[in-house]
Design a protein around this ligand. Sequence first.
Ligand code: FCB
Length: 480
Amino acid sequence: MTVARTRPDEAGAPRLSFPADFLWGVATAAYQIEGAVAEDGRTPSIWDTFSRVPGKVLGGDTGDVAADHYHRYREDVALMRELGIGAYRFSVSWSRVMPEWTGPANRRGLDFYSRLVDALVEDGIRPMVTLYHWDLPQALEAAGGWTNRATAERFAEYAAVVAEALGDRVELWTTLNEPWCSAFLGYGSGVHAPGRADSAAALSASHHLLLAHGLAVQALRSELPSAASLSITLNLAAVRPAGPAPGDLDAVRRIDGLANRLFLEPLLSEGYPADVIGDTARVTDWSFVLERDEATIAAPIDLLGVNYYTPTLVSAYDGHGSRAAADGHAPGPGTAWPGSESVQFPAQQGPHTAMGWSIDATGLEELLLRLHREYPGVPLLVTENGAAFEDHVDEAGAIHDVERVHYLHEHLTAVHRVISAGVQVRGYFLWSLLDNFEWSYGYSKRFGIFYVDFETQRRVPKESARWYREVLAANGVPAD
Ligand code: FCB
């Protein structure tokens, strides 16, 4: 891998150039863009069910149609080709592929992904498959969902089915996207599907998700050629204390434990962190962790995916007055942070995105440097980064999303800095190609570099799409 450096582009403007083999991509997820929820044999996922519960998703929005990508994938691949995208990270809908979840596989569901992969490969775009981006088959939830150990085994079977169908053309594989969100927003705070609010269930879900990852890695290794690159994507937090007081530092330890070490340590080193088990002892006795589980979870991976949007600020909470809860997630019936009653999340300084997330690229830099320090042998991939803003279509039909361009520029500059410092960052996937169904915010938050008119499904490139195309063409970001 060549080293990142500064050099002028063809027009003579100085650019921070990236390594020659740096992977430039965009990312999406099945339920957020596909639509076609009842087509070709697909059965409901927990998001189909959850989005129909009144009050759970803003505006009562669902993913029924979304960006209609299921029917428009060719058009979307063409958009990527025009941008000069090197790799496309998308997810597979489990209930499209295994509608009855015990098998057999649904050929029509698999064929959609097979056609998508063919279209990508034809246009020189490397497909990167995420096997699970939050859309558990509803039938599996009815049997306990991620609190049921058997779900982990079903996931490995599903992984093998997808690998068998696509493994001849797909080299880049990710088991899970952001298991923290699946467990702690889905089963803890209840703001994501399946909407349960039970701290003990969240911790058991978190373990079974990691177990599912480990079992799937085994299944993928035996199904795929040796060149396959296996990964998991985590939404790690750059956790910062509001001040130097011991209570604030303990808040950092607790939240770092739940958001980061609860995942990193079993995946990449020595099993579960003892302090997190201690912090949550009043919630669960952790008896769902069986003897060989930690060894299964620690199956070697080739890459670690990191999603980053904003840093996390914490301070001590002494039980008096109202407790600040600006952790970046909507408030729900339960908590996303079991055993952390002594912690609060103060609001952070602006500027903010439309999600209310503070814009601070130093968090990304901090996170990547830390991973390099603690796990120097694990190459990294930024699998999501991007921002929602209030996009305005002007009279000429154009969208001048200068704030998004600025956000991307800052974060890519941070990535360039860490590569220059010797960190192995192999690529960057911008979230997202298209405006889409932003989970409990429905269609109210737009993250795309292509604007989607959800009435007509017309895609319009925003200024950020043009900017990204130039970055890709030059393999570098402007140096200013
Ligand atoms: C991440 C999710 C992705 C999208 C972005 C904004 O947590 O992985 O689906 O919603 O946030």
